[in-house]
Design a protein around this ligand. Sequence first.
Ligand code: NDP
Length: 295
Amino acid sequence: EACAKVIDGKYIAKQIRDEISAEVSRMKEVIGVVPGLAVILVGDRKDSATYVRNKKKACESVGINSFEVHLPTDSKEEDVLKFISGFNDDPSVHGILVQLPLPSHMNEQSILNAVTIEKDVDGFHPLNIGRLAMRGREPLFVPCTPKGCIELLHRYGVGIKGKRAVVIGRSNIVGMPAALLLQREDATISIVHSRTQNPEEITREADIIIAAVGQANMVRGTWIKPGAVIIDVGINPVEDPKSSRGYKLVGDVCYEEACKVASAITPVPGGVGPMTIAMLLSNTLTSAKRAHNFQ
Ligand code: NDP
């Protein structure tokens, strides 16, 4: 029985972290500069705290400095803006990341807009997204998760040019920038979202599918053209009595079915997830190099 090649995000992410680590050492040796990432966390969401902890650990593992600010849920928007402005002006900080979601009384837009585009390592500033969408313009940074998806395609030698690509989901942080990136690489893209009728008719045309929906196992084997390449961004907890935690994580794609039809597929976990953090480190290194004109 045919079985898809597994796109090993964990392995690729480790390779990338090793490359970054070597570059960080070289930079320190040659010009005495250590890249720095500032992370701002507001409130006490457990998942956000975990993400921030993982980002901090990842920085340590490659020799990037990390600076963390943890503000209480009832902080004022001005408090967050004050820290952002301080990091904008701080030459030892090359990347600024505001962990989302913010508490509901804060205006996400004005906070993301306050991060200087030179340090916008999440790539969420509207100027960076706007440039991503324009021909002949270059964003300073590309959002990490979609960048990680494309990097996986590159490192597995999957051709993108001239291919039909379908992105499922159109969020600002994953789906939309993923579609823009594929388009920049000369794929012909379709975007499927919650109002799309008969999504399976569209996905069946795709040579490449990027699924970023947040619906466990939504993409079935019958939705996939034989030989397609599947990048599954979804991270969905589903009940699992066999696990000590009582749940397990699955993607947006039904892996058991898809791996019989696709030519290559990312697992969940161990696919896109580890790439996101690797791309954050990569963006931070790029920013530091750019700030110090170091090649
Ligand atoms: P959002 O909830 O912001 O966006 C989901 C998108 O999916 C929306 O565009 C929505 O459409 C669309 N959608 C929802 N239901 C359906 C449906 N039934 N059919 C077709 N489209 C649908 O999620 P995110 O983009 O932030 O995240 C998507 C998934 O990726 C989540 O599981 C998240 O946990 C995971 N994720 C993983 C990361 C990683 O590092 N691996 C990083 C970030 C996210 P509409 O616009 O019409 O509402």
